[in-house]
Design a binder for this molecule. Structure first.
Ligand code: PEP
Ligand code: MN
Length: 328
């Protein structure tokens, strides 16, 4: 947003009026003879009605950039998926293993998490792994196991689609298509997934700005997705004590100011199972619509991400503390 001053304005008085409204001046621009002053307002400023700013003495005009992501701006805080409203009063929970490891495993976990009131069964059939030697997922078989385990337990499925080649196959077996962190800006994939007309869980790339994340959501909606649910899963930081840096500021901003549904994933966000409960609480207090928690029958033997997974017994204790909570 640009705020242009009248030639006879008192710049100090205008600055004070802007700051009093929670606005930060990111840059001051002057014309060649230095008489015309325009302020560029920083994006991290508070939300203020431009009409109110036009009424400040010394303000000649307020210029707004064209909206970059109009569909995301209009979407609203609720996305319905298979009869579950994400973004409603009650938080939703998405639980299950990092990878679907066997048919027996996913059935056993589905059975336990359904009994705890979880709405979505998660589990990767196609796994994005940093090492090509690491377990890559059971692919199509795992999709079928996941679907059957969910159906038998009244759960919805959320699973990652890793490649354009698998979009149809995943769409057939899934209620909520997950775009993983590493693919948030794979624009060809975003377009293809959007074209299925399905709702999408869009994980934040580990180095994406909020603006880039919203623009990725815009790709999905522009190409036909029925809804976009954002998922904060931590961004890269300089610190090794947590796997990632869970950005709860972005969660509060997107859910409470932009009014969009945001799921928080403290498993990937910290890499530590002992931080899932405190960060689950913090996420819901910040306005998250729900929490994704990796859950494993035997985390010590998990084929991926064991240290950040809870057992079903541990999940039960965590859910008891989180269920029924919502933003303050
Ligand atoms: C996952 O949810 O299993 C996953 C791979 O997450 P992310 O894309 O956030 O790393
Ligand atoms: Mn994982």
């Amino acid at each position: 947003m640009l705020v242009a001053l009248t030639q006879d304005a008192d710049p100090k008085a205008v600055q004070q009026a802007l700051m009093a409204r929670g606005l930060w001046i990111a840059a001051t621009m002057r014309d060649l003879d230095g008489r015309q002053v325009t302020y560029r307002i920083a994006p991290y400023s508070g939300q203020v009605d431009p009409q109110e700013l036009r009424g400040i003495a010394g303000v000649a005009a307020v210029l707004l950039p064209a909206p970059e992501h109009p569909r995301m701006d209009r979407q609203g805080p609720r996305v319905a998926v298979g009869g579950v409203a994400i973004g409603d009063e009650q938080p939703v929970f998405m639980c299950g293993p990092c990878s679907v490891e066997s048919e027996a495993q996913i059935h056993a976990i589905a059975d336990r998490v359904a009994a705890l009131g979880v709405q979505f069964l998660r589990g990767g059939a196609y796994k994005p792994r940093s090492s090509p030697y690491a377990f890559q997922g059971h692919g199509e078989c795992a999709l079928t196991w996941l679907r059957r385990a969910a159906d038998q337990n009244g759960l919805r499925v959320v699973t990652e689609v890793l490649s354009e080649h698998d979009v149809e196959r995943v769409a057939e077996q899934t209620d909520l298509m997950q775009i993983g962190s590493r693919n948030m800006q794979n624009f060809a994939l975003l377009k293809r997934v959007g074209q299925t007309g399905r709702p999408v869980l869009l994980k934040r790339s580990m180095s994406a700005t909020v603006e880039e994340w919203l623009l990725a959501g815009e790709y999905l909606l522009l190409h036909g997705a029925s809804g976009v649910v954002l998922c904060e899963r931590g961004i890269r930081s300089f610190d090794e004590h947590t796997r990632n840096l869970l950005d709860l500021g972005a969660v509060a901003l997107l859910s409470q100011v932009h009014r969009l549904p945001v799921i928080v994933d403290p498993s990937h966000g910290t890499g530590r199972r002992d931080l899932i409960l405190p960060l689950g609480r913090a996420a819901l207090a910040a306005g998250a619509a729900g929490v994704m928690i990796e859950t494993h029958d035997d985390p010590g033997r998990a084929l991926s991400d064991g240290p950040q997974a809870l057992t079903a017994d541990e999940l039960q204790r965590v859910l008891r503390a989180l269920q029924g909570r919502k933003a303050a």
